[in-house]
Write a protein that binds this ligand. Structure first.
Ligand SMILES: *Cc1c(COP(=O)(O)O)cnc(C)c1O
Length: 355
């Protein structure tokens, strides 16, 4: 029996979208492929409020994170760390021999614009990595406000991991002057894992040409060269592209503002529920619109709850991430999840825990 996913990645994929993955294959050097590529592009640009190219990665989000730091750091990178995925981005930079420093704060605190200002004032950096929505802690960082600070340093590029935010919250790429905004599609896009997208600014593409190559598969100049011909340098996951194309059409049909409002609404419901029965892990004012990390103040058996939900209700939520296992649990309210479905999940939890 299928367990309906309320996990913050992968998320539940609708049956109609799963069918798209079974579209008969076309050859990746055929005109049919280029038409598919060309069809996807303007929809992604619309979703990301950008005129910049949105490149397609046949990899999970981690590959696109690797692409950002290997291609776009000429001098030194500042990695802002307040959760598991921002920590990973630092590790990716270190692992690739990219000069970098981590600026780390407590995982329940948001990165504040002043902190970034203070770091950039040292003049050491020409790139900053920031995770918009920390899926490990359900925390949203103030990207727009931080982008304003970064704007005051003309040589510094802002690289954003928007993995569990993109397609769930509004990201105004061009207006905020973001240089690289990436996301894997298995979170708020509600597609199967294994594919990622990233908007790359004009100046970022120019710097990537000048930086000595550190990567072959994730080379932005190579990807951009193919992009201009509606192609990818190597064979991409064509099934994902069919599914992405259909899903983007459905999102635009729902209406982006409506989609974002639905996420906000579900967040409010789950947050109110979490406050009533437990608490919420990150500091107030920075709760994620796409997932809630519930603080286990009632000392419930989290693993037991997850098991009961799966065995008795065919519903799956996520335990806390890493050290937060047992101390928190995470409920995703993103992707194509509807309000009544989120409410149904909360009811099931109440029944199991006698709340
Ligand atoms: C899930 C996630 C990642 C890693 O994604 P993979 O697709 O597993 O590589 C990175 N950053 C954030 C914020 C995530 O939520």
């Amino acid at each position: 029996m299928h367990k309906r996913l309320f996990t913050p990645g992968p998320t539940e994929v609708r049956a109609g979208i799963l069918k798209e993955l079974a579209t008969p294959q076309v050859h990746h050097r055929s005109p049919e492929f280029s038409s598919l590529y060309a069809e996807i592009q303007p929809k992604l640009q619309q979703l990301l409020y950008t005129k910049a190219p949105v490149l397609l990665f046949t990899s999970s989000s981690t590959g696109a994170m690797e692409s950002a730091v290997t291609n776009l750091v000429a001098k030194r990178c500042l990695n802002l760390v307040n959760g598991a995925f921002s920590k990973r981005w630092h590790e990716i930079a270190v692992g690739n021999g990219v000069p970098c420093d981590a600026f780390s704060i407590a995982w329940d605190r948001a990165i504040k614009p002043e902190m970034v200002d203070e770091q950039l004032a040292t003049g050491k950096y020409d790139a900053v990595t920031l995770v918009m929505n920390e899926t490990s802690t359900g925390l949203v960082n103030p990207v727009k406000e931080i982008a304003k600070v970064v704007d005051r340093y003309p040589d510094v590029f802002l690289l954003i991991d928007a993995v569990s935010g993109m397609a769930g919250v509004k990201i105004e790429t061009d207006l905020w002057n973001l240089d690289f905004v990436l996301a894997g599609v298995q979170k708020a896009f509600a597609l199967p894992a294994g594919f990622a997208v990233a908007a790359v600014s004009e100046r970022a593409l120019a710097r990537a040409e000048a930086v000595p190559p550190r990567s072959y598969y994730f080379s932005l100049p190579a990807m951009y060269k193919s992009h201009k011909k509606n192609q990818t340098p190597s064979t991409p996951s064509i099934p994902h592209m069919y599914a992405l194309n259909a899903q983007l059409s459905d999102m635009l049909e729902e209406g982006l503002d409506e989609r974002f409002a639905r996420h906000e609404q579900m967040a409010k419901i789950v947050q109110a529920w979490a406050k009533k029965h437990f608490d919420i892990f990150p500091e107030e004012g920075h709760w994620s619109p796409t997932l809630t990390c519930v603080k286990n103040t009632g000392e419930i058996d989290v693993a037991g709850l997850i098991r009961s939900l799966a065995d008795d209700y065919n519903l799956r939520i996520a335990n806390g991430y890493g050290d937060l296992k047992g101390k928190t649990f995470r409920i995703a309210h993103m992707g194509d999840t509807q309000i009544d479905e989120a409410e149904g999940l909360l009811k099931a939890i109440e029944t199991i825990l006698n709340l």
